[in-house]
Design a protein around this ligand. Structure first.
Ligand code: SF4
Length: 331
């Protein structure tokens, strides 16, 4: 492949068709880290308002480092995967403290920050410092696997190494910011998962894929497990009792108290949610406080108004909304 021509076509297309996203207007490494952490497992459309709110409240690493964790988690609410918010807070504390507010520029320094893996480190190098480095997100992996018709599963070390090697061959000598943005955008808008829009593709004449819709190949996954969780609804009509989790998944968040024994009545609400390789049915039962098992986790009754400003895991927030809606619909 003629790398120079490929890059020219790709970047010319990007300048015409690339979306104007708030994190593309900045070279501030702090803002780039915020956007990249938010974009992990969350769509661009969902992230934009969160990013804008966040940058208004915490415009630099110093404001974030000085904030209380409860406020950080509350602002993150709705994005899910709260570990990302905690990592961001911890990274800001590290940069704002020991590093005098200056983000590292080098790969190892960035990887030393909490929550910063290979992808985020390379994204910061490209988007904040314009370095020409391989930024391998899911979009880029898919595009490269198709361009070079790579049929080794890309979620194996061997497959990923092939993709990385081919991407490195394509990198420009300089201008890493635009190239990485353009390749990602091609994956997001044209070379999409499933059926790509090859007819509209600006680099189709460079593409070796015979059956692009079958790429990238993934290794077979273990089957999804089904599981049921039960939680208690204890309310006097004005308040709802919540329990602050110390478990790893939702540490620090307030959720409906878990019910271990047999519940007293049928569920007041039921919903499902997914976590890695699991599909969980969450059932909420009206019950009395005395039915709860003893727990070292703090419990507190929150007024309905207070519920809006505390960090609650998204499935529990949905469950609370369901029970309350049912109450208002029928009461
Ligand atoms: S031609 Fe199709 S498969 Fe190849 S890069 Fe373009 S959109 Fe993707």
């Amino acid at each position: 492949m003629n790398g120079k021509e490929f890059r020219q076509r790709l970047c010319a297309w990007f300048r015409r068709h690339g979306r104007d996203l708030p994190w593309r207007r900045t070279r501030d490494p702090y803002a780039i880290v915020v956007s990249e952490m938010m974009l992990q497992q969350t769509t661009v459309a969902a992230v934009v308002p969160y990013f804008e709110r966040w940058m208004k409240r915490f415009p630099s690493v110093h404001e974030l480092a000085a904030a209380d964790e409860s406020e950080v988690l509350a602002l993150w609410q709705g994005l899910g995967y709260y570990r990302r918010a905690r990592n961001l807070h911890a990274a800001a504390t590290k940069v704002g403290g020991g590093l005098d507010g200056v983000f590292p520029r080098d790969y190892d320094g960035l990887r030393d920050l909490p929550g910063v893996g290979d992808y985020t480190a390379q994204a910061v190098r490209a988007f904040a410092f314009d370095e020409s480095v391989p930024v391998l997100d899911a979009n880029v992996i898919r595009v490269v696997a198709r361009l070079f018709d790579i049929r080794t599963p890309v979620d194996t070390a061997k497959g990923l190494a092939k993709v990385r090697g081919k991407l490195e061959e394509l990198l420009p000598a300089k201008g890493g910011h635009e190239f990485a943005s353009a390749l990602m955008e091609l994956g997001a808008l044209v070379c999409r998962a499933g059926r790509p829009d090859c007819l509209l593709c600006p680099v189709k004449e460079f593409c070796a894929a015979k059956h692009p819709e079958k790429l990238p190949v993934k290794a077979p996954k273990a089957p999804i497990k089904e599981r049921t969780e039960r939680a208690a609804w204890i309310s006097d009509g004005e308040t709802v009792l919540l329990q602050q989790s110390t478990a790893r998944r939702w540490v620090g968040l307030w959720r409906l108290p878990p019910l271990d024994g047999e519940p007293l009545a049928g569920p007041a609400a039921e919903l499902t949610y997914s976590i890695v390789r699991e599909r969980v049915t969450l059932r909420i039962h009206r019950t009395a406080k005395r039915a709860l098992m003893a727990s070292a986790e703090p419990r507190r009754a929150f007024s309905l108004r207070e519920l809006e400003s505390i960090a609650i895991p998204s499935p529990h927030r949905r469950a609370i909304a369901k029970v309350l809606k049912d109450r208002f619909d029928h009461g």
